[in-house]
Design a protein around this ligand. Structure first.
Ligand code: AKB
Length: 316
């Protein structure tokens, strides 16, 4: 029998693509998408439920009435919005996680995916590179919540035998849904401005190199770690994963190959400070070794794919 999964936060940037891919793989009816609001972008055929990840009783009731095997908890307030609303971010990011961990502990489903981020790391890393076990001293509220979440995931795995799996996403670049409230969002906005032939005002410094990843790779990583044998998942906090690192200026140069007249101005704001506190490079040897992780998209392939898909969406 096909397994049944629940995606919380299915209307978000990663949630949307993940839901579509899971539906393709498992069959639309086996993937229940949920969010606190109706989706703005199509999540394909298949069931959708309004569910609030902060409402533990509501989720408990739902899980008791449905035979769910896996939960993908994609609920989060990202870095820039979290700095504006620290307590709200802490409440959302932590309690949505606690609720799913507790419901898993009650035996209402067997496997949990929870996303962490490169934001768990702080400044001062050797070669500006985070290895799997680099000291993690986050300077942002978002990073603090993600690092705390990682510790709790490991705790529930060790103490209660919960099968929790997590990866530290870098900035994610996608065409279906735009991100909201993150620091790495510039790398999606810039494509929309280029295609609309509007100059782009970048809120990061032109040299601010950050770890990034195309959505197809992020979804692949998520599905791969969830499919891996439990014994191979030796890290129960969260795995580093990497694809590529680039600065706004490097991305701009690649985009100019398609839109030679495209203009950019740099006006770094507070978000540049959050980005400054993060590593520029990620070492993901552990994920490669444990569950054979390998990214596919380099910068040229990513830019080509983004424009191809954005143009198809415009002409639909
Ligand atoms: C953000 O910019 O807040 C996120 C992240 C790095 O996790 N994309």
């Amino acid at each position: 029998m096909a397994k049944k999964v629940l995606v919380l936060g299915a209307s978000g940037q990663i949630g949307t693509d993940l839901t579509l891919n899971l539906r393709e793989k498992l069959g639309a009816e086996n993937v229940i998408a949920s969010d606190i609001k109706e989706p703005q972008v199509s999540l394909g055929d298949g069931p959708f439920m309004l569910l609030n990840a902060l409402d533990r009783e509501g989720m408990q009731k739902f899980l008791k009435n449905h035979q769910i095997d896996e939960v993908y908890n994609m609920v989060a307030m990202l870095s820039a919005t979290a700095e504006k609303h620290p307590w709200k971010a802490w409440d959302l990011n932590m309690n949505s996680l606690f609720n799913t961990l507790e419901l898993q502990k009650e035996g209402l489903f067997s496997k949990l995916f929870w996303p962490s981020s490169i934001a768990v790391f702080g400044p001062g890393l050797k070669n500006n590179t985070a290895i799997q076990n680099s000291v993690a001293e986050p300077k942002t509220v978002y990073g603090i919540s993600k690092l705390s979440g990682e510790r709790w995931c490991e705790y529930y795995a060790k103490q209660y035998n919960c099968d929790v799996r997590s990866i530290r996403y870098p900035g994610i670049i996608s065409y279906q849904t735009e991100p909201g409230g993150g620091t790495t969002d510039y790398a999606v906005d810039i494509f929309h401005k280029a295609i609309a032939n509007v100059p782009y005002k970048c809120f990061l410094d032109e040299k601010r190199t950050l770890p990034m990843m195309y959505m197809a790779d992020a979804v692949k990583a998520t599905m791969n770690i969830m499919e891996a044998n439990s014994e191979s998942i030796r890290i129960r906090s969260s795995y580093n994963i990497a694809a590529l690192s680039f600065s706004p200026q490097e991305l701009y140069t690649s985009i100019c190959k398609y839109f030679p007249g495209f203009e950019i101005q740099y006006e770094p704001d507070k978000r540049d400070l959050y980005a400054q506190s993060w590593p520029a490079y990620i070492n993901d040897d552990q994920a490669k070794m444990d569950w054979n992780w390998e990214a596919e998209f380099n910068l040229d392939k990513l830019v080509e794919n983004m424009f191809h898909n954005l143009k198809s969406l415009i002409h639909q």
